[in-house]
Design a protein around this ligand. Structure first.
Ligand SMILES: Cc1cc2nc3c(=O)[nH]c(=O)nc-3n(C[C@H](O)[C@H](O)[C@H](O)COP(=O)(O)OP(=O)(O)OC[C@H]3O[C@@H](n4cnc5c(N)ncnc54)[C@H](O)[C@@H]3O)c2cc1C
Ligand code: FES
Length: 268
């Protein structure tokens, strides 16, 4: 029997510097067939293994991107890696976004910080399969303009979608909006009945965005959330990622708000 914990060794083809503390590893993984919103377990040999969302579109067959923010021991080892190095991967794991069900609808992406990573996989998928979807708005906020990730995509997104950016605080050279990402919700005018909101970011941001979406009368089933929780196995065996009787690694990381609205671990 194949041992599900043994990672596949793959080469780093390229490293993209997204911001001062986020790097994208472009990995030599071909024909993965993932769904936007799914994640991989990434290991740096000798350091450990971490869950990371796949940030590239499933329409790309020659590689996958994993975009990693440097926050601790394994992620800092990821940041030391160089093109040509070998890392380990397992996956794809988890329940991704309900991509097919959202076809024909308007989509409102709301991302905060590195939370844009799983959304980028879906946004780039829609870019390549544009006729299947209605109006698309992308609202993205980061601490400063320098912390915004996937900047190389913005011209492309702007040409096809409605893109709004905001920085929490002012910084030199930033002439755009300043404030929290919620403020951008005032700029969108989708027909609520036909709109799905897809949200990923720090938990404080997710809470306040959900509150505002609720006050806009968006039905709970149309609020799609992607969660990060501490994980070990990624395959529903160890129990580390348990919230409210569900395992984020297999039942999530993508949940509809109606599935998780009663969980005090999330909403306090
Ligand atoms: C499904 C899923 C998808 C993810 N996708 C991405 C992604 O695309 N890009 C990315 O940069 N990160 C992502 N993460 C978070 C990433 O897994 C953690 O940042 C990583 O495990 C930290 O490992 P470390 O050894 O570097 O940090 P540690 O040394 O273990 O911890 C450093 C700090 O990070 C916090 N932390 C550790 N693990 C998590 C976690 N799972 N969630 C939130 N905070 C954590 C700790 O509390 C501590 O404050 C994802 C997590 C999950 C569960
Ligand atoms: S990470 Fe082990 S059960 Fe989810």
């Amino acid at each position: 029997m194949i041992n599900p914990y043994i990672p596949r060794k793959v080469e780093i083809l390229k490293i993209l510097e997204e911001s001062r503390d986020v790097k994208t590893l472009r990995l030599d993984v071909k024909g993965l067939r993932h769904k936007p919103g799914q994640f991989m377990e990434l290991s740096v040999f000798g350091y450990g293994e971490i869950p990371v969302s796949i940030s590239s579109s499933p329409t790309i067959e020659d590689y996958i991107d994993l975009s990693v923010k440097n926050v601790g021991s394994v992620t800092s080892a990821v940041h030391e890696a160089e093109p040509g190095d070998t890392v380990g991967v397992r996956g794809p794991y988890g329940r991704g976004f309900p991509v097919k069900e959202m076809g024909e609808s308007d989509l409102l992406f709301v991302g905060g910080g590195i939370g844009l990573a799983p959304l980028r996989s879906f946004i780039d998928y829609i870019r390549d399969e544009r006729e299947g979807y209605g109006d698309v708005s992308i609202l993205y906020g980061a601490r400063t303009a320098d912390d915004m990730v996937f900047r190389q995509e913005y011209d492309d997104w702007q040409s096809m979608f409605d893109l709004h950016l905001i920085a929490d605080v002012e910084s030199e050279g930033w002439y755009g909006r300043v404030g929290f990402v919620n403020e951008l919700l005032k700029d969108v005018s989708h027909e609520i009945k036909n709109t799905y909101a897809i949200v990923c970011g720090p938990s404080v941001m997710m809470k306040s965005v959900v509150k505002d979406l609720k006050s806009m009368q968006l039905p709970d089933e149309q609020i799609i959330l992607s969660f990060e929780r501490r994980m070990k196995c990624g395959i529903g065996k160890c129990g580390h990622c348990n919230i409210g009787g569900r395992y984020v690694c297999i039942d999530g990381p993508v949940f509809r708000y109606n599935e998780v609205r009663s969980y005090r671990e999330i909403w306090g």
